[in-house]
Design a protein around this ligand. Structure first.
Ligand code: AR6
Length: 176
């Protein structure tokens, strides 16, 4: 079994995912917002905001973990993606978001995790560039962490799903 067998692609709403942890594309305040952040807070309930408030924020590229409250997922991992600026730093920060989220996950015995397309909404990151960073970073991590069973990329639109499908189907053998 190759590492890509531990990666799944799905279209839908991340709040409905039956995984140990879902990742939230948050902002540095961790106090909620629109997009996937708003959907996660609505589905998890007010206890999530209370726990986030106590954390007191999160710098771009880093991640913080909370309980999932009314979600099926046991945990929410909040990470803050970069606002796209077309500079090399964007890619470094987006890579750090995935890496730090995955590290926090395994530190907390998470075996299955779902990611949205971090930074690809309000923050303006082009989906094709972000997809490569997301998939490559997760492959790298899965190779080093056999205890992580599954990474699911949950895409809101069929167009975004297609970008991920195409990229994954064209991966070279040394990444599989
Ligand atoms: N499930 C899965 N994906 C979703 C969902 C959902 N329920 N809702 C939206 N998406 P965005 P960002 C997709 O804007 O770009 C917030 O206000 C969406 O189509 O949620 O990282 C935060 O508080 C897009 O592909 O996050 C920050 O201020 C992707 O999720 C800011 O937005 C990310 O879009 C973060 O911006």
């Amino acid at each position: 079994m190759g590492v890509t067998d531990r990666i799944a692609l799905q279209q839908g709403d991340i709040t409905r995912m039956q995984v140990d942890a879902i990742v939230n594309a948050a902002n540095t305040s961790l106090l909620g917002g629109g997009g996937v952040d708003g959907a996660i807070h609505r589905a998890a309930g007010p206890e999530l905001l209370a726990e986030c408030r106590a954390i007191g924020g999160c710098p771009t590229g880093e991640a913080r973990i909370t309980a999932g409250y009314r979600l099926t997922a046991r945990h929410v991992i909040h990470t803050v993606g970069p606002v796209y600026s077309a500079k090399p730093r964007d890619g470094q920060l987006l890579h750090a978001c995935y890496m730090n989220s995955l590290s926090l996950a395994v530190q907390n015995q998470v075996r299955t995790i779902a990611f949205p397309a971090i930074s690809c909404g309000v923050y303006g990151y082009p989906i094709d560039e972000a997809c490569q960073i997301a998939v490559d970073t997760c492959i790298e991590f899965l190779q080093d962490h056999p205890e992580l069973e599954k990474v699911v990329f949950v895409l809101f639109s069929s167009a975004d799903l297609e970008v991920y499908r195409l990229y994954c189907s064209a991966l070279p053998d040394n990444k599989r």
